[in-house]
Ligand binder design. Structure first.
Ligand SMILES: Cc1cc2nc3c(=O)[nH]c(=O)nc-3n(C[C@H](O)[C@H](O)[C@H](O)COP(=O)(O)OP(=O)(O)OC[C@H]3O[C@@H](n4cnc5c(N)ncnc54)[C@H](O)[C@@H]3O)c2cc1C
Length: 376
């Protein structure tokens, strides 16, 4: 195990870059973090993202590996949030999420329930809701919904406030952040417009900006609408099942809601199409008619960085670690991936994801820490 304090250069101040920089600074390493975008992080996919930490929802469309790492995230995020400097808004909410379908699409919901059982092998962490139970949890949903599925073990983050909180933490710990600075990398070297800088270790966290190091990396386009209304409240993220797409609505502070659905195999970053905008808004209106007077405050597009198997990848070439491929699971996988990177730097672990390093256990979510998580 190495206890040497290293000088570490990180390229990319998106989700991974900020979290890894923070963890390294807390361990006493010297860190310099570069991003081609501005300080707020608006260029990162993680800025555009909805911030859901949804292992059950993702279990039905991903490897078991993703589900296990997601369960780890549910334990780790509340701990991390407690360690960040004080912030005005709750960063982490753990109220579960809801899945609903219109009566004509009820078979989609039933199939989702069966798929969940098939993947998880038990019925822990989710429950079928009758109409009264559903509407007492979320009174503002369209009253035509007859059933719902409550996924109790899911949470979500206020991702944009988290970015600011991480930025503050980096400064407090003496990290050196350089924004509006596009960089290129080599082992032990970061090339900046003002010349090369040498480090004991360089970490590539550039997401889609790292294509030269991960030639097989591809971008998967995602689009979100953000609306604001005081006419209704949602207490947790809600997913609407539909034969062609799944819409998700995530409540954010100040009566904002982030709505997304699309996952398009394209690296096109142009603005949202009229069709996407119409589909998202009309699905939103059918979810809760009170959305009709909501104001559209943002339409955003970004690319999810994905490797061919849609799983995360970490490679090491001497003094250069590359971390990428978080795809649609950045917030879900970040705790496992970041802890793996820390183990590689501090304990010399190899690049295999090693579940024992993460202390994953089947009953991890049934321990006493669960009640603490709800307060986070
Ligand atoms: C619409 C949408 C919704 C999503 N919703 C969720 C969700 O609910 N839950 C979830 O878990 N995940 C979600 N994701 C996925 C998540 O956002 C990504 O997995 C995550 O952001 C990847 O993190 P990253 O740090 O690798 O990349 P990013 O967050 O994209 O950060 C990369 C950073 O590198 C910088 N950079 C790039 N090139 C250079 C360069 N040459 N020099 C300097 N800096 C550079 C960029 O400016 C950026 O700040 C969503 C993504 C999208 C697009």
């Amino acid at each position: 195990m190495s206890h040497a304090k290293l000088s570490i250069g990180i390229a990319g101040a998106g989700l991974l870059g900020r979290l890894i920089a923070w963890q390294l600074l807390r361990k006493g390493h010297r860190v310099m973090l570069f991003d081609r975008g501005p300080e707020h992080g608006t260029q990162a996919a993680a800025w555009t993202a909805a911030g859901m930490v949804a292992p059950l929802s993702e279990a039905v469309v991903s490897d078991r590996f993703i589900y296990d790492m997601g369960r780890y995230a549910l334990r780790q995020w509340p701990q991390w949030v407690k360690q960040l400097p004080a912030h005005r808004r709750p960063l982490w909410q753990f109220n579960g999420s809801l899945v609903v379908a219109h009566p004509q699409d009820q078979s989609e919901l039933t199939q989702f329930y069966r798929d969940l059982y098939h993947v998880t092998g038990d019925t822990q962490g989710y429950q079928w809701l009758t109409r009264p139970a559903l509407h007492s949890l979320e009174p503002d949903l369209n009253d035509q919904f007859q059933h719902g599925l409550l996924l109790e073990n899911e949470g979500h983050l206020d991702n944009r406030t988290l970015f600011t909180a991480l930025g503050n933490a980096l400064r407090e710990l003496g990290g050196h952040c350089v924004f509006d600075c596009e960089v290129e990398l080599e082992s032990g070297l970061i090339h900046t417009p003002s010349g090369p800088r040498r480090f004991d270790q360089v970490i590539d966290c550039r997401g889609m900006g790292a294509k030269s190091g991960f030639p097989e990396l591809r971008g998967v386009r995602g689009e979100i609408l953000q609306v604001q209304t005081r006419d209704l409240t949602l207490n947790r993220p809600v997913r609407l099942m539909h034969p062609r797409y799944q819409l998700y609505v995530v409540p954010k502070p100040d009566h904002h809601f982030v709505i997304g659905a699309t996952q398009i195999e394209s690296e096109d970053r142009s603005p949202m199409s009229l069709q996407s905008s119409l589909e998202l808004s009309s699905a939103l209106y059918t979810l809760a008619p009170a959305f009709s007077e909501a104001r559209i405050v943002e339409q955003s597009v970004n690319l999810r960085p994905a490797l061919p198997d849609n799983n995360p990848g970490i490679t090491r070439e001497d003094r250069l670690l590359r971390v990428n491929g978080l795809f649609r699971h950045g917030y879900l996988l970040a705790p496992a991936v970041v802890d793996q990177v820390m183990a590689m730097i501090d304990e010399g672990a190899d690049t295999e994801f090693a579940p024992h390093l993460l202390n994953l256990s089947r009953n991890a979510l049934n321990d006493n820490s669960q009640s603490e998580q709800r307060a986070g």
